[in-house]
Design a binder for this molecule. Structure first.
Ligand SMILES: CC(C)(COP(=O)(O)OP(=O)(O)OC[C@H]1O[C@@H](n2cnc3c(N)ncnc32)[C@H](O)[C@@H]1OP(=O)(O)O)[C@@H](O)C(=O)NCCC(=O)NCCS
Length: 163
C-alpha cells in the first residue's frame, strides 16, 4: 500500500490543483497538451479560476514528506457556465487528478471517497462529473456508485446520489 494521507484542500493549493487539471486534460496516453493551452480552455479553467471560492471544497493526498500527489475537488457551476458535467443548479461537479508516479495505488479511490464524504457533510444530495469515453476512470467512478445520466460528444456525465 502506498504511503499517503489525505487532508482538506486549502486556498494555497490552487497551483497544485491547476497541475491536476492539466493531468486530467492529458489523461490519454501520449497526450501532452501544454499547461498554458489547457488552462486557457474555459472549461478547464472553470475548475480552478478564483480557487478557493466559499462553496469550493476539495481534498489533497500527500506523501510522507507532505508533498501533494493528487487532489479531488468540487465546485458549483451556473447553468450557463462553460462546464461539461452540469446536471442541475446546486449539484456540484468534481474533478480529480493523481500524479503519474502515484497512479494505480489507491490514491484516486481514497480521494473520491473522501470528497464524497465532504459533499455529503456539506448537505449535497448529488455530485456529478464528466468523463471522456475510453478513460479507465469510468470504472473507478462506476465502482464508487456513479451512474451515467447523459452521453454526448464522446463524454459521459455521471452522477452519484449522496443521501
Ligand atoms: C483517474 C485517476 C484519478 C485514478 O486515480 P488512481 O490513483 O490511479 O486510481 P486507483 O489506484 O485508486 O484505482 C481505482 C480504480 O481505477 C481503475 N484503474 C486504476 N489504474 C488503472 C489502469 N492503469 N488501467 C485500468 N484501470 C485502472 C481500477 O478500476 C481501479 O480499481 P481497483 O483498485 O479495484 O483495481 C488517475 O489515474 C489520474 O489522475 N488519471 C489521469 C487524469 C484523469 O483521467 N482524471 C480524471 C478525468 S475525468
Amino acid at each position: 500500500m502506498a504511503d499517503f494521507a489525505i487532508r482538506p484542500a486549502l486556498p494555497a493549493d490552487g497551483a497544485f490543483l491547476a497541475d491536476m487539471v492539466v493531468e486530467a486534460a492529458n489523461w490519454r496516453a501520449g497526450s501532452t497538451r501544454p499547461r498554458p493551452t489547457v488552462l486557457a480552455d474555459p472549461v478547464y479553467r472553470g475548475h480552478i479560476a478564483g480557487w478557493q471560492r466559499p462553496a469550493d471544497r476539495g481534498v489533497v493526498a500527500f506523501d510522507g514528506d507532505g508533498r501533494p500527489v493528487g487532489a479531488a475537488w468540487y465546485r458549483l457551476f451556473a447553468f450557463d457556465a462553460p462546464a461539461r458535467g452540469f446536471v442541475a443548479t446546486g449539484v456540484p461537479e468534481l474533478i480529480i487528478g493523481v500524479l503519474p508516479l502515484w497512479r494505480a495505488q489507491g490514491v484516486g479511490r481514497a480521494l473520491m471517497r473522501s470528497l464524497t464524504d465532504v459533499a455529503r457533510a456539506a448537505g449535497f444530495a448529488r455530485i456529478a462529473l464528466s468523463v471522456e469515453h475510453g478513460n479507465f476512470a469510468h470504472q473507478l467512478y462506476r465502482s464508487e456508485g456513479f451512474i451515467v445520466v447523459a452521453s454526448a460528444d464522446g463524454r459521459d456525465t455521471m452522477v452519484r446520489l449522496l443521501a
